[in-house]
Design a protein around this ligand. Sequence first.
Ligand code: ZN
Length: 81
Amino acid sequence: MTWDEAFTCDVCGREKRVVNHWWLVRLEAVDCCEDDQPLRSFTLLPWDAGLCRSPEIYHLCGGSCATKALERFMTSGSIAG
Ligand SMILES: [Zn+2]
């Protein structure tokens, strides 16, 4: 098998290597009727070779970037800074 796809962390921009502990995050719409609450949920998923190609998936290089992503989501409702 070849590994010819490059993934980069959506928080810090680090490139994915073969050996590491990456995670995926998916933001999903939630039916929330409170005005000041985010309309999406934050779902942390283990790295998956199929899911990671999905366009709505964010790629995170580890726990510290997952924490930053969660903070951004809770502050601004999105992950891309
Ligand atoms: Zn990162």
